[in-house]
Design a protein around this ligand. Structure first.
Ligand SMILES: [Zn+2]
Length: 100
């Protein structure tokens, strides 16, 4: 069951990233409905409609350093269940990111 991380709404959901620091790339992955996206617009990094979030898109967020969210939690939020292979792959990608 996937719903808005902020208000629990189940419609109009998108994956969003909320940068830990202003203007710094990496953010926390959450799922927001349209209303919450509007409310929080100034704080969002990436916004991707949930219907477009494939495992590949999810992994790209880790590959490109756009998130450092715990993959276990993020996977459950976004896909509604933990996919062990996907979580493992995301963890591997995070460990390979060149941290400067
Ligand atoms: Zn909401």
């Amino acid at each position: 069951m996937v719903n808005c991380s902020r208000c629990g709404n189940r419609e109009g959901l998108s994956l969003v990233t909320i940068p830990y620091q202003e203007a710094a790339g990496a953010g926390r992955i959450l799922v927001y409905c349209r209303t919450c996206q509007v409310d929080m617009a100034g704080q969002l990094g990436e916004t991707i409609p949930l219907g477009k979030v494939s495992p590949g898109v999810f992994l790209d967020l880790y590959r490109t350093g756009k998130t450092t969210s715990d993959p276990f939690t993020a996977c459950e939020l976004v896909f509604g269940s933990v996919k062990p292979d996907l979580v493992r792959e995301a963890q591997t990608l995070m460990n390979h990111i060149d941290r400067q």
